[in-house]
Design a protein around this ligand. Sequence first.
Ligand SMILES: [Zn+2]
Length: 465
Amino acid sequence: MPELPEVETIKNILAKLVIGKKILSVEIFNRNTIEGDPFDFAKTLKEKTISKLTRIGKFLIFHLDEEIIFLSHLRMEGKYFYHEQMLETYDKHACVVFTFSDHSALEYNDTRKFGLMKLSSAATYQTSPPLSNLGPEPFDIKDVKPLLSKLARKTIPIKAVLLDQTFVAGLGNIYVDEVLYLSLIHPETPADRISESQLKGIISNSVKVLSMAIKSGGSTIRSYHPSQGIDGGFQTQLNAYGKENLPCPRCNHGMRKIFVGGRGTTFCPRCQKNPSLPYVIGITGPIGSGKSSVLSFFGERGYHTLSGDTIVKNLYHDKKVQELIIKLFGNNVVDESGNIDKRFIIDVIIADEYKKRGLEKILHPRVEKAVVETLKKAHNDDKIAIEMPLLFEAKLDDYCDETIYVDIEDSIQAKRLAERRLPLATLRALNTGFDALRDKEKATYVVDNSSSLSKLHKQLKRILR
Ligand SMILES: [Zn+2]
């Protein structure tokens, strides 16, 4: 979908081609492109000369003599093709063709046919719909106070507000992601939580992003057809949009894609924190490192605690999960009392990497969902500690403000594991996919749990909020 910078680019290209040209005839191949009477549209524009082209929001405005104006909105797939010589027949998606007195022609082509044209007049076009419904363009906003008081009455995500053209005009999906990235604001931040200085940041970053995009000719080049020689240079400057799973240019954390109001949204979970979520600390480390002691430490100090093991245990009782696990492992995975046999699963996945992956595919998204649901239900000033063996692998660190890696000396780990009923080799095999070095590197804190509990607590007290 062409956004403001693309429309600005189209305007600049078209201006060079059509200003000063006299319209000889207007052929309308798709009546629905014209809002109002198509016959009247064609008749009014006949014999008129195009004197100027302007743009407001994503509307192109053709100014003609006798104070006549027509507006054009490209919507999803609208394009203009300029022909130096009018054609005998036009493409099947041609909706409107303007033929000029010098036998050149301008074709409006729209495969999806959502684009619109509307006749208006110089006196009324800015004060009547659709232009009268548009909010100000970021370029024209000098004082953010009126917008701030509008935000204060909304609890929907800031991204949805910025996409609403009645709030500000000209920001589409790509640029909103870029602007929020630069402004360090989570796209789901409730609008009423945006401060005045954040809004100022949003507006100045909007100006910056849009100006840069205009300078390089827009970014969604494939959705329109500028005549010659313009390329979508801005795409190479995008930080957020379309960068899912790539490292954040600012902090190196993986960029994440979510859906906000049905629109694909990419952001950095580390740089763009959602202030309506509680403070979360994530705890990870190898099997037998004593993650649960760390979790209890926080639990005893007023944190809500959440453990990956408990979530998985609950999932094993979920009907849908049971079905999927039986499909993957066969009927033998069910024990005599009708429950999922964890020991059976462990024995299989140690030897079968494919089944292990299959199990993770079943569990990881559901564990994430359970965590997110807990976070969304939690009160804003709650503190939450999450203990999860594969915290980083399951990308749950995205939801954590800080993370702790619980380290342990190999010999002590072996001793602790020996106290459990499973053989060491089994537990170690289960730990594949767990990358200690990388996780240690990623974690905010590393604590050592090779000696006494009191020494562990001493380290944790320094982390405590
Ligand atoms: Zn980042």
